[in-house]
Write a protein that binds this ligand. Structure first.
Ligand code: NAD
Length: 347
């Protein structure tokens, strides 16, 4: 099948494939839109079950980055990378050096940062080959790991959902089921715990589960049990497609608000949540904290006050999406998509 015929293709400006056998590099950089500025988005290192699954992921993720950057009012377009995780042992330095060369060939159309499976240390390796990299630990404007700022934004978006759906100003006493307590999920748990919420968590990493139990008094449940928990809020913070026909049947929460990208397996899932009166905080609206942090670095001077002001703006935008959805009785994902596409000039 041509990429042009792929169900997730949305007139992406460019889909670029790179290989370097010596470094075991197989990467796809997808540039969805540069209308608002150079495309920017994370690099994901992951084992995919097929090439098609990787292409689907990068097409969907890069479009979501365009929407995210537009909704956060950033002068950035949307792009994303997936690197197919090499089987067995591999040389991380060689892999990210080769990938840095690939980014450089795009001449600034794409600025790379971290995503799942990738760290600021990897960004430092990429930096040896190209200036089009952010989320660095060193350098004048370095913004480091974006996850804490992403978590803060998700917390603000989740709180806006609580206000809208439950009429409460705080999460105190509410219960939250968090799926995936990695970089963002764990930091979100800390915000929720400090604000007085009760936590139920799951992950494949037993070490971090033990830590969350000790630090936050979190209740640990199995991977498949997280959806059916009798909680107020379900927070997907692992990978995409957490909301699918199966999980939808199990959900008892009245709010879905989390960090994961592409939480809905299809847009129809947003309509299904709406029909079940479950308020969905669109992922790309509330998880924009990380890219806001990166945008500050890309501007040349990292400014934490600006970042915090943008997080407040993100909360306002989230409320606006909820208000329009309630007024017009339309699913929140549809409202957000229309707003984002208008800002991209793709109506
Ligand atoms: P991470 O890799 O640090 O954390 C993901 C966690 O999910 C890991 O602990 C992993 O063990 C766990 N996990 C994987 N599969 C799981 C499953 N089936 N059930 C339960 N847990 C599972 O990644 P992260 O940086 O915390 O990102 C989490 C999500 O948020 C991703 O979807 C990412 O794209 C999105 N996101 C991250 C940022 C950021 O700043 N890091 C920004 C925006 C969006």
């Amino acid at each position: 099948m041509f990429v042009f015929d792929h169900p997730s293709f949305d007139d992406h400006e460019g889909v670029h494939v790179f290989t370097d056998p010596a470094a075991k590099l197989k990467a796809i950089i997808s540039v969805h839109s540069t209308t608002r500025g150079p495309s920017s988005g994370g690099c994901r290192l992951w084992s995919y079950e097929s090439e098609d699954a990787a292409i689907d992921d990068v097409l969907r993720l890069s479009r979501a980055m365009s929407y995210k950057n537009a909704m956060a009012n950033l002068e950035l377009g949307g792009g994303k990378t997936v690197i197919l995780k090499p089987e067995g042992e591999f040389d991380r330095e060689a892999l990210f050096t080769a990938f840095g060369k690939a980014v450089q060939t795009l001449g600034g159309k794409y600025i790379v940062a971290e995503d799942v499976g990738v760290s600021p240390a990897d960004m430092e390796i990429i930096k040896t080959q190209t200036p089009y990299v952010a989320g660095l630990n060193s350098g004048e404007a370095a913004s480091g790991d974006p996850s804490p700022i992403t978590a803060k934004g998700v917390f603000l978006g989740l709180r806006a959902a609580v206000k809208h759906r439950l009429g409460k100003d705080s999460v105190r006493g509410l219960s939250v089921a968090v799926q995936g307590i990695g970089h963002v999920g764990y930091a979100l748990c800390r915000h929720l715990h400090e604000a007085g919420a009760k936590l139920i968590v799951t992950d494949i990493n037993q070490g971090t589960l033990r830590k969350a139990k000790a630090e936050f008094g979190a209740v640990v449940v199995g991977l498949d049990e997280i959806y059916k928990q009798d909680v107020d809020i379900f927070a997907p913070c692992a990978l995409g497609r957490a909301i699918n026909p199966d999980s939808l049947l199990q959900l008892k929460a009245s709010i879905v608000a989390g960090a994961a990208n592409n939480q809905l397996s299809t847009p129809e899932m947003g309509a299904a949540l709406h029909r079940k009166n479950i308020l969905f905080a669109p992922d790309y609206v509330i998880n924009a904290g990380g890219i806001i942090n990166i945008a500050s670095e890309v501007s040349g001077t990292y400014d934490l006050d600006w970042v915090m002001a943008k997080l407040d703006e993100l909360e306002v935008t989230t409320r606006e999406v909820f208000d329009i959805s309630a007024r017009e009785n339309r699913p929140t994902n549809e409202v957000a998509d229309v707003m984002a596409r208008e800002r991209l000039g793709r109506t």
